[in-house]
Design a protein. Sequence first.
Length: 543
Amino acid sequence: MVFGALAVVFIPILLAIISMIIAIGTVSLISIVFELNAFVQNIITMIGLAVGIDYALFIVSRFREERQRGREKIEAIAMAGATAGRAVFFSGLTVVFALIGLLIIPQSVFVSLGIGAITVVIVAVLATLTLLPATLSIMGDKVNRFKVPFIKRRELDDGSEHGGGGFWAWTTRGVMRQPWVALIVSAAFLIAATVPFFGINLGSSGVEDLPDNFQSKQGFEVLKSEFGFIIGAPAEIVIDGDVNDARTQEAIANLTSVLAGDAAFGPASEATVSDAGDFALITVPLSGGAQSAVAVDGVRRLRDDYVPTAFAGAPVEAFVGGLTSEEIDLLDTTSTYQPWVIALVLGLSFILLTMVFRSIVVPIKAIIMNLLSVGAAYGILVLVFQEGFLNEVFGLQQTPVIQPWLPLMLFTILFGLSMDYQVFLISRIREKYDETGKNASAVAFGVRSTAGLITGAALIMVAVFGGFAAGDLITTSQFGFGLAVAILIDATIVRSVLVPSTMKLLGDRNWYLPSFLHWIPDVRVEGGSSAPESVSAVAGGDD
């Protein structure tokens, strides 16, 4: 439906599949040296399908447009590479910069997902810049074969402020006529959608959140109803020191007595002491699953109060481990590193966009708009999963918590993917602006010429992420839904309304670069005019 033809469909799908296969192979080699989380395969599949298809759409669309403008096949491929290809390169670089933030968090899940996502993005960019031009050279105009009925191919745009036809031209003209109205209404909606995020309750889903038809869930419920506690993931109290000392024995007895009066714990085991008497382990069953709120609150009391108080005068050190302790460490680590990750991602994105567009206004606006779309996605995620608003309509399970790693993961991935569309759109606007010097017509042309493609690419992403959202596991369900919502918001409200309205209002100020920054390298994306040029000889004419 996006291309209006069937022959071209296999190109982006092939590119995505090849990118995923190579990325999985590469990550497998990395895993020989570093232990990676099993979810790395899911992230490679998810991101590989998304960016692989997106990048191919951008290149193939520009190739077809240049062929419509009268360029020879090789000329059209070269022009697509000089414009859309450069946009893909810098888009991929922006995505990688955003994902680098995950690597600074000393938690296996973040590092693993970061390595997987970065690897597949790099592979997808390399495949787009090498395999794709070769494929287009072989196929030529055969990409337009087997046209889909009732889908009319978009006609060439004349480049004027009020030119063009179709839905997106009509929408763009409306936004450009009333930019203040478009800006206020769209920004108000995104801010309102963000509000539920401030009531987020972070925590990992456990066996309690599995579907009722899972045998593991049924077994959990039996254990809980019959015994009142779960023996599979106890809190583990490790005692390091002279265990046989009278003060240590007294401390163990006092701790056991305190735990017996706390409903969050079952009866503590006898201390298992090493032969040398310098090490002991006490296991304490929990009354809920390892990730439940009851277990987390209980282990926090154990760590912060019970254990320090009991062993205050004993010649030992005592530590609390177990799955619930890992959950607490994940929550605390995420909270500690979150500001640093956000600062790194925003800083790197600002530097790259400033170099690409030679403007400080464009990157500032891009960052603000991306934060709005990410915030709205957060809010809707909380509203649907945590509050249960319309969750049954979407076929999703209501849960009391949002995964603790999800906000940071969503932020980095969504910020990167959103920048994909930002770079592609703004580069088209800047290309036209450099050609004509007219900001309003350049903005209108850029939005008209990319809105349909960006929306189509976004809908494909939504279909990919929606497949993960429809799964039974709450972890992948929340992740897929959050990504799908954010991409849809970003490609429609942000790119089609917020960007043109703000660029219309700012006028030539969009391209302001302070004089003290004129020294920065000129690495802009724009590759040249869209007008056909006469070339003396072009090898390899079209089939």
